[in-house]
Design a protein around this ligand. Sequence first.
Ligand code: ZN
Length: 84
Amino acid sequence: MLNCKDITKKANGYLDKELPYFTRLQVKLHLLVCVHCQRYINQLRATIRALGKLKKDTSVSGQVIDDIVNTLKHARQNLDKPEK
Ligand SMILES: [Zn+2]
Protein backbone atom coordinates (compact mmCIF):
# COMPACT_ATOMS: atom_id res chain seq x y z
CA MET A 1 0.00 0.00 0.00
CA LEU A 2 1.31 3.41 -0.91
CA ASN A 3 1.68 6.05 1.78
CA CYS A 4 0.95 9.77 1.52
CA LYS A 5 4.53 10.63 0.60
CA ASP A 6 4.42 8.12 -2.27
CA ILE A 7 1.26 9.81 -3.51
CA THR A 8 2.88 13.27 -3.61
CA LYS A 9 5.70 11.77 -5.70
CA LYS A 10 3.34 10.02 -8.09
CA ALA A 11 0.70 12.77 -8.26
CA ASN A 12 1.89 14.37 -11.50
CA GLY A 13 2.22 11.03 -13.25
CA TYR A 14 -1.23 10.08 -11.98
CA LEU A 15 -2.84 13.26 -13.30
CA ASP A 16 -0.94 12.97 -16.59
CA LYS A 17 -2.11 9.31 -16.83
CA GLU A 18 1.52 8.20 -17.22
CA LEU A 19 1.62 5.66 -14.40
CA PRO A 20 1.64 1.92 -15.10
CA TYR A 21 -1.77 0.28 -14.56
CA PHE A 22 -0.95 -1.32 -11.20
CA THR A 23 0.64 1.83 -9.77
CA ARG A 24 -2.37 3.85 -10.91
CA LEU A 25 -4.63 1.34 -9.15
CA GLN A 26 -2.56 1.67 -5.96
CA VAL A 27 -2.88 5.47 -6.10
CA LYS A 28 -6.66 5.18 -6.61
CA LEU A 29 -6.94 2.82 -3.63
CA HIS A 30 -5.02 5.25 -1.43
CA LEU A 31 -7.22 8.14 -2.59
CA LEU A 32 -10.31 6.17 -1.57
CA VAL A 33 -9.16 6.07 2.05
CA CYS A 34 -7.12 9.28 2.45
CA VAL A 35 -8.91 12.64 2.48
CA HIS A 36 -5.59 14.53 2.69
CA CYS A 37 -4.32 13.08 -0.58
CA GLN A 38 -7.73 13.59 -2.20
CA ARG A 39 -7.39 17.28 -1.33
CA TYR A 40 -3.80 17.38 -2.59
CA ILE A 41 -4.71 15.80 -5.93
CA ASN A 42 -7.71 18.11 -6.33
CA GLN A 43 -5.56 21.18 -5.64
CA LEU A 44 -2.93 20.00 -8.10
CA ARG A 45 -5.63 19.37 -10.72
CA ALA A 46 -7.06 22.86 -10.14
CA THR A 47 -3.59 24.41 -10.47
CA ILE A 48 -2.95 22.59 -13.76
CA ARG A 49 -6.36 23.72 -15.03
CA ALA A 50 -5.68 27.34 -14.00
CA LEU A 51 -2.30 27.29 -15.74
CA GLY A 52 -3.98 25.93 -18.87
CA LYS A 53 -6.40 28.87 -18.83
CA LEU A 54 -3.53 31.33 -18.31
CA LYS A 55 -1.80 29.93 -21.40
CA LYS A 56 -4.87 30.74 -23.48
CA ASP A 57 -4.98 34.29 -22.07
CA THR A 58 -2.86 36.32 -24.47
CA SER A 59 -2.54 39.22 -21.97
CA VAL A 60 -0.31 37.01 -19.78
CA SER A 61 3.19 36.64 -21.15
CA GLY A 62 4.73 33.21 -21.67
CA GLN A 63 7.55 34.24 -19.34
CA VAL A 64 5.14 34.75 -16.43
CA ILE A 65 3.66 31.30 -16.98
CA ASP A 66 7.15 29.74 -17.23
CA ASP A 67 8.08 31.45 -13.94
CA ILE A 68 4.99 29.99 -12.23
CA VAL A 69 5.68 26.51 -13.62
CA ASN A 70 9.34 26.68 -12.51
CA THR A 71 8.31 27.83 -9.03
CA LEU A 72 5.89 24.90 -8.74
CA LYS A 73 8.49 22.44 -10.04
CA HIS A 74 11.01 23.74 -7.50
CA ALA A 75 8.44 23.38 -4.69
CA ARG A 76 7.72 19.81 -5.81
CA GLN A 77 11.41 18.90 -5.91
CA ASN A 78 11.68 20.08 -2.32
CA LEU A 79 8.82 17.71 -1.44
CA ASP A 80 10.79 14.83 -2.92
CA LYS A 81 13.89 15.55 -0.83
CA PRO A 82 14.35 13.17 2.08
CA GLU A 83 13.36 14.63 5.44
CA LYS A 84 16.13 15.47 7.88
ZN1 ZN B 1 -2.61 10.04 1.78
